[in-house]
Design a protein around this ligand. Structure first.
Ligand code: DSN
Length: 439
C-alpha cells in the first residue's frame, strides 16, 4: 500500500540521518570520495543553488548575478593559483562534464583519442562506444588504448610510440591523448609522450579527476609543465571540495574552452557548488601541501601494511604507490565484489576494481579480481601512518583470517571515535559527517 507523502518525507530524513551516522562509524576508503569541510557544506546550502547564471561572469544571460559573479571570479582566481594555470573554468558540473568540455574544444566526431582502457585504470568517460564510454557514445570519438605495463603499473612508452605511428599510417586522425584516469598509482609519462602526440597534431589532456589534490599540493606530477595543453578534473576526490568539475589550461585555449563549457555542455552550472569550490580552493592553498604529503605517506603505509599481512598489492616494484590509491589483487582470498560486501558489513567502505588482466581471466567488473583503497578521506579525518597499519589489520582479520565482520565492526566503531573532525581546513566546529538540520 502506498504511503502518505509525509511518511515518505519523514522516511527520507531518517535514511539520510542513518547514512550520516553510519559514515561517522566507518572507515572511508573509496578512492574517489572525500568529506568536505563544514565551511564547504555550509555554502552549498546557500541560495546560490537556486539561481541561474548562464555564461561567464560579467556576461551573464540572467539578472541577479552581482554576488554570484564575484564568487565565481574568486573561484577562478584560486583555481589558477592552485594549478599555476593561465586559465580556469570552474563551471563543469562533474569530472565527466569536464572531459566532455575537452572533447568539444579539441576534437570532432570521428577523430581518434588515446586513453587508458578501463581495466588498466581508465575512466568510463574516456571509453569507447562499444563499452558505453562517454568519449565514444557522446563525442563519437574512436578510442585507442595506451599499451599498459602491469609490472610498472604504467603506460608503456615505447609501445605507445609504435601504436601512434601505426594509427597515423592507417589514416586515423589522432587528435587527443588523454592521460590520467581512475586507478593511478604512478605518475604517467607525459614528458616522454606529449611531443609524440603534438607532432602528429594532437592535443594532450591530463584527466586529473583523482589526483588533482596531489597536483595542487605540489606532488605526483605537474601536467601543465610536463606537456599537457589542458587538465580536466573532479573537485571532490583528493581535491576536497563539493562534487563538481573544473578545467585548467593556457590563455591561448581560453575562448575555445569557455564556449565548449557554455553553451555546449552546461546551460546553468551549479552555483552553490561554485561557492563550495571557491572555499575548498582557499582551504587547499592554505593546507593542501601538508594534506597531500600525508595522503601519500598514508597510502604508502597502507600498501606496505597490507603487503606485510599477505596481500598481493600491485606495483611492488615501484614502491606500490606514489598517489592516494592502493590496488590489491585479492584473488588469493576471493573476488573483489564479494569481499567489498563483506568488508562493508564491518563498516570498512572500499570498492571492488577491475585489474588489467581480469577480462583475460574471465572475471567481470561485477566481481573482479581487485579491490581499490584510497587514503585521502582517512587523512582528512586526521589519520596517520600508524592508523593505516591498524586499518590493514582490521581488513586482514576479515579477509585473511576469516573473522566475522560483525565482530570486527565493533573495533572499527571504537577506532573511529578518535577521528571526528575534518582536518586541513580553516574552521571545523561541526563534526565530520554531522547531520546539519536547518528546517
Ligand atoms: N570512476 C569513479 C571512481 O574512480 O570511483 C569516479 O568517477
Amino acid at each position: 500500500m502506498s504511503k502518505a507523502p509525509k511518511e515518505y518525507y519523514d522516511e527520507i530524513f531518517q535514511l539520510i540521518e542513518q547514512h550520516h551516522k553510519w559514515f561517522s562509524n566507518s572507515i572511508p576508503l573509496v578512492a574517489s570520495e572525500n568529506t568536505p569541510s563544514p565551511a564547504v557544506r555550509e555554502v552549498i546550502m546557500s541560495d546560490f543553488g537556486s539561481r541561474y547564471a548562464e555564461g561567464w561572469p560579467g556576461e551573464r544571460l540572467y539578472a541577479g548575478c552581482t554576488y554570484i559573479d564575484k564568487v565565481e571570479l574568486i573561484a577562478i582566481e584560486l583555481a589558477k593559483k592552485l594549478f599555476r594555470a593561465e586559465f580556469a573554468d570552474v563551471r563543469p558540473v562533474s569530472g565527466v562534464c569536464a572531459n566532455l568540455v575537452v572533447y568539444t574544444a579539441f576534437t570532432d566526431a570521428g577523430d581518434t583519442m588515446f586513453s587508458l582502457s578501463i581495466p588498466s585504470g581508465g575512466h568510463i568517460s574516456t571509453g569507447r562506444k562499444s563499452l558505453g564510454g562517454t568519449a565514444g557514445s557522446v563525442s563519437r570519438l574512436e578510442v585507442e588504448n595506451f599499451p599498459f605495463n602491469v609490472n610498472e603499473m604504467n603506460i608503456d612508452v615505447d609501445e605507445t610510440k609504435k601504436k601512434v605511428k601505426q594509427a597515423i599510417s592507417e589514416g586515423k586522425k589522432v587528435k587527443l591523448a588523454m592521460f590520467g584516469g581512475s586507478v593511478l598509482t604512478q605518475p604517467h609519462p607525459l614528458k616522454e609522450l606529449a611531443d609524440v602526440f603534438h607532432e602528429v597534431g594532437a592535443k594532450v589532456c591530463y584527466d586529473g579527476a583523482h589526483v588533482a589534490g596531489l597536483i595542487a599540493g605540489g606532488l605526483f606530477q605537474d601536467p601543465l609543465r610536463e606537456g599537457a595543453d589542458v587538465m580536466s578534473m573532479s573537485t571532490h576526490k583528493t581535491l576536497f571540495g563539493p562534487q563538481g568539475g573544473c578545467v585548467v589550461s593556457f590563455d591561448k585555449y581560453a575562448e575555445i574552452i569557455k564556449k565548449a563549457t557554455f553553451p555546449a555542455n552546461v546551460s546553468n552550472h551549479h552555483l552553490h557548488h561554485v561557492c563550495g569550490k571557491a572555499i575548498a580552493f582557499a582551504e587547499f592553498l592554505e593546507f593542501g601541501r601538508d594534506y597531500a604529503l600525508q595522503v601519500v605517506k598514508n597510502a604508502k603505509a597502507l600498501a606496505q601494511s597490507l603487503y606485510e599481512r599477505g596481500f598481493q598489492v600491485l606495483g611492488e616494484k615501484k614502491g606500490f604507490t606514489q598517489s592516494h590509491i592502493v590496488l590489491v589483487d585479492i584473488t588469493k582470498y576471493g573476488l573483489g565484489g564479494d569481499l567489498e560486501k563483506k568488508l562493508e558489513r564491518a563498516n570498512i567502505i572500499l570498492n571492488r576494481n577491475l585489474l588489467a588482466y581480469d577480462l583475460k581471466q574471465n572475471r567481470h567488473y561485477q566481481n573482479p579480481g581487485g579491490i581499490r583503497l584510497g587514503s585521502q578521506e582517512c587523512t582528512r579525518l586526521g589519520m596517520k601512518e600508524n592508523d593505516m597499519g591498524y586499518i590493514a589489520e582490521l581488513i586482514a582479520r576479515i579477509v585473511v583470517k576469516g573473522e566475522d565482520p560483525e565482530r570486527v565492526k565493533k573495533d572499527v566503531i571504537d577506532f573511529r571515535k578518535n577521528f571526528n573532525k575534518v582536518h586541513y581546513c580553516f574552521d571545523s566546529v561541526r563534526k565530520a559527517y554531522e547531520y546539519i538540520r536547518i528546517r
